[in-house]
Design a protein around this ligand. Structure first.
Ligand code: ZN
Length: 138
């Protein structure tokens, strides 16, 4: 079953940005640094989905360059799929432009890859799947 897993929002400071969501009554469930993406993330559950705040740890990272160019705002939309390998193959065979060649592993162990905005109506699209579908994510 496909669903919106999360919305990724680029921010200059998680510390500052989270206050708004906390004022709404939401709670940061998990913070982690994804070293190879040079980004710190904070996950805020919203019903079935989540908001992912993204703060660059390096100004030259993907999110760092996004902030320099466009300022804070919506960075990507993430769709959850049940079979990420099959989804990647299907998209590739349909000529969809993928940002990375292979499926990547995030810090929490989940699997993901990005579809280039030029193939997704101007939106950076993350396709993700839990490493273990049976495990409930925190
Ligand atoms: Zn994401």
């Amino acid at each position: 079953m496909m669903k919106i897993d999360h919305l990724g929002i680029a921010v200059n400071s998680i510390q500052t940005a989270r206050a708004f969501y906390e004022a709404l009554g939401l709670t940061v469930a998990q913070e982690e640094t994804v070293e190879h993406e040079q980004v710190r993330t904070a996950m805020i559950p919203v019903g079935e989905s989540r908001i992912e705040l993204l703060e660059p740890t390096n100004a030259n990272s993907t999110v760092g360059r996004f902030l320099t160019k466009r300022g804070e705002g919506l960075h990507h939309v993430a769709l959850h799929v049940d079979d990420i390998a099959a989804t990647l193959e299907t998209l590739k065979s349909n000529g969809v432009r993928i940002v990375s060649e292979d499926v990547q592993v995030g810090a929490g162990g989940h699997l993901y890859f990005f579809v280039h905005p030029s193939s997704a109506g101007g939106v950076l699209l993350e396709i993700c799947q839990d490493q273990d579908q049976e495990r409930e994510r925190v």
